[in-house]
Design a protein around this ligand. Structure first.
Ligand SMILES: Cc1cc2nc3c(=O)[nH]c(=O)nc-3n(C[C@H](O)[C@H](O)[C@H](O)COP(=O)(O)OP(=O)(O)OC[C@H]3O[C@@H](n4cnc5c(N)ncnc54)[C@H](O)[C@@H]3O)c2cc1C
Length: 459
């Protein structure tokens, strides 16, 4: 199993989102310039976590000149510009699994936090008029097998019985499930509020706003090591890059799947996995007024599912695939344990297209006209953590270094509370003021616990 102690590879594939935003003016910002010798805050990583962290620092009154963002690739070149476009809170499904790992109280907080994130993204996009094709709608968890319908029902019941709010969740079976979801094979379906966005445009908005206010972004500039400064002032860190060394008071690691490269203490607890998504040009059944208004998680089992959104802006379908779909060959599943996102896997693409055609027979995959069907396939690296929740907070062993990473392929439903939370901590506030579930906090105690016990995966 690969460890997370690698830098992002330098020949990544381009996603649908990246291919449609190549004119972003800061894409290659400062790609040859030397870094300054000092800055009070150094954010490492320019994905949505790093970009929102920089944005929130400025919102909190930090002088933009004191903030530097280092990015190993082009701007927002990691998972944030490669995902499946869902801003989709878990409404109850993860409750059972989270409860086993973190206890019921934390599991309730984890789910409540995801709902809050959707609200925060919605408010943010509206407040700042962000042109990121955000589409607030409802989503369906579609149970494709009786076994999975039973699993969902048990999770729903457990969540409700523990006091979780289910008033916003609708449930359908039989003909009603088929009609609501347009999935003739649906055994049952749950519906709740969710959204989709063009994630690269969202990250680029955040970066533009930060850069235009004076934040310095250095692309193709990986942080290689961090050492204690020998400066007369204690508590400073030297961040070494190929284009010079920055001395700083606060380092904020927003490096997600690659966090352990600079923080080896996370090596066994953040595992990079490759995830794959596809863009499809729809057939007539999904064009014009037939465009899908809802988003979907189409589920055969906990680990075998497909995520689907249809972009309202241009009708493109974005189809994501679960990491360990059991219908795939062992070689393909094992091959996803990699940090190589320079290519995609053909077997996964075939499985995704075949399954999509089976789930939505009206797509008529056998009758595609030239130009319809698979448009593009790409991969990106997600960060699976040992206890399925992110690491947020100050690293006790390295005071002055903070981390906001480990989003378990689910960052769009988490970052909009975690990044504002890390900013509060960086600026000296207490954990309680972040409002985050306590189990997200990185602590020596948590790492010790993870090293001594095997925890079941939620995803
Ligand atoms: C195919 C796919 C589908 C997904 N679908 C969804 C979805 O539908 N919904 C959802 O919620 N989530 C989804 N995700 C996950 C989501 O994209 C991530 O959780 C989220 O983007 C993480 O954001 P981030 O800013 O933490 O990480 P990233 O966007 O990965 O940003 C980290 C950045 O740090 C940089 N970096 C790393 N190391 C260094 C270093 N040493 N020096 C400088 N820079 C460095 C990287 O290059 C990268 O740009 C998906 C991911 C993939 C790959």
């Amino acid at each position: 199993m690969p460890q997370g102690n690698t830098l992002p590879n330098q020949t990544p594939s381009l996603s649908y989102w990246q291919r449609t935003t190549r004119s972003f003016p800061h894409l290659h910002a400062n790609n040859t310039n030397p870094v300054p010798t000092s800055a009070k805050y150094v954010v490492i990583g320019s994905g949505i976590a790093g970009a929102l962290t920089a944005f929130e620092l400025l919102e909190a009154g930090v002088n933009a000149k004191e903030v530097v963002i280092l990015e190993a690739r082009e701007a927002a070149g990691g998972a944030s510009s490669r995902n499946a476009g869902h801003v989709r809170p878990d409404a109850f499904r993860g409750f059972t699994a989270y409860s086993k790992v973190h206890g019921k109280e934390q599991a309730l907080k984890i789910i409540a936090n995801e709902r809050l994130v959707l609200q925060k993204v919605d408010e943010f996009v509206n407040k700042h008029n962000v042109a990121c094709d955000f589409h607030r709608t409802t989503t369906f968890d579609v149970c494709m097998t009786p076994e999975f319908a039973e699993y969902e029902a048990a999770s729903f019941g457990a969540y409700r019985d523990a006091g979780g709010d289910v008033s916003h969740i609708k449930y359908y079976t039989g003909t009603e499930a088929h009609e609501k979801t347009k999935v003739p094979g649906a055994v049952a379906a749950y519906e709740w509020s969710a959204g989709s966005s063009h994630p690269a445009k969202l990250a680029q908005f955040l970066l533009t706003s930060a850069v235009e206010r004076g934040v310095r972004l250095f692309t193709f500039c990986p942080a290689m090591t961090i050492t204690q400064s020998s400066d007369a002032r204690p508590g400073l860190w030297n961040v070494h890059t190929p284009r010079g060394t920055l001395t700083t008071e606060k380092v904020i690691h927003c490096t997600n799947a690659h966090a352990a490269f600079l923080l080896p203490l996370l090596d066994n607890y953040i595992t990079p996995n490759r995830a794959q998504a596809h863009s499809l040009i729809p057939t007539a059944a999904f064009t014009g007024t037939n465009i899908l208004q809802n988003t979907f998680s189409l589920r055969y089992s906990l680990h075998h599912f497909y995520s689907l959104i249809q972009r309202q802006a241009d009708g493109t379908l974005i189809l994501g695939v679960s990491r360990s779909n059991p219908t795939l060959s062992r070689e393909t599943i094992d091959g996803q344990l990699t940090t190589d996102d320079s290519t995609y896997n053909g077997e996964i693409a075939q499985d995704a297209l075949r399954s999509f055609g089976e789930i939505f027979p009206s797509y008529e995959p056998g009758a595609l006209m030239h130009g319809e069907g698979l448009d593009h396939a790409w991969t990106g690296i997600i960060a699976m953590t040992a206890d399925s929740v992110p690491f947020v907070g100050e690293v006790e062993a390295f005071l002055g270094q903070f981390v906001c990473a480990g989003f378990n392929g689910h960052g769009m439903a988490r970052i909009f509370t975690c990044a504002p939370g890390i900013v509060k901590l960086v600026l000296g506030k207490q954990w309680e003021e972040t409002g985050l579930p306590e189990c997200f906090q990185i602590s020596t105690e948590r790492l010790g616990r993870l090293s001594s016990q095997a925890v079941p995966s939620v995803w």
